[in-house]
Each structure stands twice: as C-alpha cells, then as structure tokens.
Design a protein around this ligand. Structure first.
Ligand code: ADP
Ligand code: ZN
Length: 429
C-alpha cells in the first residue's frame, strides 16, 4: 500500500503531528503574507499564541474573496521564482481563483493523490484511464500525477471524444476510470449506443468526484458497469483533488488529516460545532509553501465522523457532501439542495438520471424540474400520471411544490465535466 504508515496513523499520532505542523505553518503565513499579518495584528494575535489545537479557533477565517482580492498571484508566501505551477478554478462566477505550487507542494499533492488511489483499492498493476479535464482545472493533472506516483500506467484521455474513450477502455484494458460522476452516467449511455457490453471491459474501480452525487447514483453506476464507484473530494484551493477519499467500506471519505486540519463551523455565526453536527467545512493546510491557507471556508456542507473506521483508519471521514451553502435554494420558504432533489428522482424507476432545476421568475415558489424518462419506459407509460407521481414524492419528502416536465431520453445536454443542475433564468436585480 502506498504510504501505508500515513494511511493508518493513530489518532494521537495525527494530533501531535498536526500541532507541530500548524505552528510552523501559521508562522510561515504570518511572516510572509501581508493578508495574514494584517488579520492577526487586527485582533492582537501572535503566531506564538497558538499553543494547542484548540487555540486554532482564535485564527481568523480565510475566504475565497481573500484570494480573488489578491488576483493574479494570490496570497503568495514565496518568491515568484519558487513557484513551479499555477492552476485556476473555472471562474464562472467572476474573477478566477488562481492557486500556486512550489516543487514541494506538487510533491505533497502527488503523494496525497497516490494515497487516495491506494486507499480506494488501486495498485501499481492497474491501468488508469484519466478522463478528467487537463488544463487550468486541477482534476486532470491531479489524477495524472497521483497515478504516476503510485506507479500505475496512466492513459491521459482527458474529457471529450467519448467514442475514443470507449475504444481506449476496451483496447488498452483500462482497469480504473477517473471522471466526474455525471460523465460516468454519460459513458453508460454511450456504451449502450456503441453496442459495447460493459462486461467486455476490464474496469474494476471508478474514481469519481469534483461534484456532489448521491448514493443512489453510485448504486446505478456500480450495477451498470460492474465496478466499485469510489467518491473523492478536493478543491483547487486545497491543491486540487486528493483531500479526502472513500476506502472500500464506502462509508465516508477519509480526510488526510496529517495534511489538512479540519473543523466544522456554523455558517452564520462562525462558531466551531461539536463533532457529528452538520456544518460548513473549514480546512487549514498543514504544509503548503506557496499559498498557505489558514482556516479556509469551503462553503461545502457536511457532517464529519471522528470515529475510527472499520477499515482501521483513524483519519476523520466526511459523510457525503450534501451541497454548498451557496447552492441552497429557498423555495416557498423551504430550504433545499439540488442533491436532495436528485436523491428523490434517482429513486423513481421510470426516470432517467438526467435532470435540471430551472428557476423561472423572481418568485422562487415557481420551481420547475425537468427530468428525462428512462429509455425503456419512454412511450410506454402515461406521462401525466408519472409527473403526478414525481410531484407527490417531492411534496411528501421535501414539502416542495414543483412543476414537473418529463423529457424524452437524451434531451438534456450531457457534460464532460461537472453537471449544471440549476439553470437560473430569473432576472438579476
Ligand atoms: P471550481 O468548480 O470552482 O472550478 P473546484 O474544481 O476546485 O473549483 O471545485 C471544488 C468544489 O467541488 C468543492 O468545493 C465541492 O463543492 C465540489 N466537490 C468536489 N469534490 C466533490 C465530491 N466528491 N462531492 C461533492 N462535491 C465535491
Ligand atoms: Zn475506512
């Protein structure tokens, strides 16, 4: 197993290492980044004041806007000539968030990703086909470097050209596929169209991440492809993919806590929440050189489980990410995440996997859900009756009133990367 010792560190060992690393990291940030120095000085906090892990609660939060405000080079803590790589997040919501890496940072990231593969059950004998996007997006290179570090063969197919993707899977006998869960769903359809039976393929494990997906979707992918579908979490600010991954128990994603100190906070008050409570996940990176991040607010909402896993690992687990605080829709006074709607829809046999939530008017009460009918049911059932059934289930489970529009299979645009589940056509004020 890759970095077996790190994977199976005991809780006490992790905590001791965390304190040692965090004290060093806080000093590095304070000494080299004006943003941190200003934030600390404003409240009269000195790096030496952090004497225990509990003291970390005194450190001010860092948010995405702090990074954007320091565009283009972000909050660099090293001279520019020591930076070996830049990545940037998609930036669909404004100025892109640029992230930078020193040689050591790239090395740490590669190790973390290799550890993720290993934890998920991948071995050096495997053949990894990487269908994440290469480029500024951290997915492609992150999965690529990790596979190389583990010692597997890696085929950098990247996104797109699904026919070639399938051909490679078949001819090269790829045993691991890396892509977003939405692309995995699309691949399943494409295999059908190409007349390829998944049993002709050698795929055993899927490394799926970069967007929220439900347990129902997992079951569907596992059954359709005959594989183990493993969830993996990360974000560009925290190197990229590789922060947390599922072990074969598939009961939460282990956060590599010798590199990331994790807290859960109340989104509104910023208070640290007791273990087991759902809140916003906050990370402190423990050895990032180029761009140290202290108490970085991810906006991702989840529950952290601190109990030792049945796999023997003590690294805390993120129980599936339910969504982001800024994804939450408020419909007629009900708070709802797209992932909750997805959970209901995938549970209805007659429906396909593709859906979109369309927000039409400024009146949020008017929620419109478009969902495809499963191909084997199309033309064979009463659409009105089915729409009624879907609407009743949403109403019963989420107390949500929605207009349901059933679509012919294949009508909703497929994506190679992250799915776009919410289409907001409301007038911007
Ligand atoms: P962007 O999408 O802005 O370009 P990233 O690719 O860094 O930036 O996206 C990171 C975000 O993707 C996370 O904060 C989280 O919301 C989402 N994400 C990543 N992996 C997962 C996962 N396994 N489950 C749910 N959400 C995920
Ligand atoms: Zn485990």
């Amino acid at each position: 197993m890759f970095q077996e010792k790190e994977q199976f560190m005991a809780k006490d060992e992790i905590r001791a290492l965390q304190l040692e690393k965090i004290q060093k990291q806080i000093k590095h940030a304070y000494d080299n980044v004006e943003l941190y120095r200003k934030k600390f000085d404003k409240i009269g906090l000195k790096p030496e004041d952090i004497k225990t892990l509990e003291d970390i609660a005194k450190v001010p939060f860092t948010v995405k806007d702090d990074l954007r405000d320091h565009y283009p080079y972000g909050i660099l803590a090293v001279p520019l000539e020591n930076v070996h790589r830049l990545h940037a997040s998609s930036g669909t919501t404004g100025i892109p968030t640029v992230v930078s890496y020193t040689e050591n940072d790239l090395n740490t990231w590669s190790n973390l990703m290799a550890r993720c593969y290993s934890c998920a059950g991948v071995t050096p004998e495997d053949i990894v086909q990487n269908a994440y996007g290469y480029g500024l997006f951290t997915g492609g290179l992150g999965f690529h470097m990790g596979a190389e570090r583990l010692g597997t063969m890696v085929i950098p197919t990247a996104t797109g050209n699904t026919k070639r993707q399938i051909r490679m899977m078949k001819d090269m006998k790829s045993s691991v596929i890396c892509c977003t869960p939405s692309y995995a769903l699309y691949l399943i359809e494409a295999l059908k169209e190409e007349g390829v039976d998944p049993s002709e393929l050698s795929i055993k494990i899927g490394m799926f991440g970069a967007e929220p997906w439900s347990d129902e979707t997992r079951k569907h992918i596992e059954k359709a492809l005959g594989i183990k579908a493993q969830d993996l979490y990360g974000m560009s600010e925290l190197y990229g993919p590789g922060v947390a991954v599922e072990c074969p128990e598939q009961n939460g994603l282990h956060i590599w806590s010798d590199e990331f100190y994790v807290e859960t906070i109340d989104t509104d008050t910023g208070e640290v929440l007791p273990p087991g409570e759902k809140g916003e996940i906050v990370f402190t990176m423990l050895s990032r050189e180029a761009m140290p991040l202290l108490r970085y607010r991810t906006k991702d909402l989840a529950v952290i489980n601190w109990e030792k896993c049945t796999c023997g690992r003590s690294h805390p687990r993120i129980m599936r990410i339910k969504g982001r605080s800024d994804d939450m829709l408020i419909v007629g006074g009900v708070n709802v995440f797209p992932s909750q709607i997805e959970d209901i829809l995938v549970g209805i046999e007659e429906l396909g996997e593709q859906f979109q939530i369309v927000l039409e008017t400024t009146k949020l009460d008017n929620l419109h859900v478009q969902v495809e009918v499963a191909p084997q049911f199309w033309g064979k059932l009463d659409l009105k009756e089915l729409a009624q059934k879907v609407s009743t289930q949403l109403q019963e489970s989420l107390t949500l009133r929605a207009r349901i529009e059933l679509l012919e299979p294949g009508t909703i645009p497929r994506t190679q990367g992250k799915a776009k589940r919410v289409i907001d056509n409301r007038k911007k004020i």
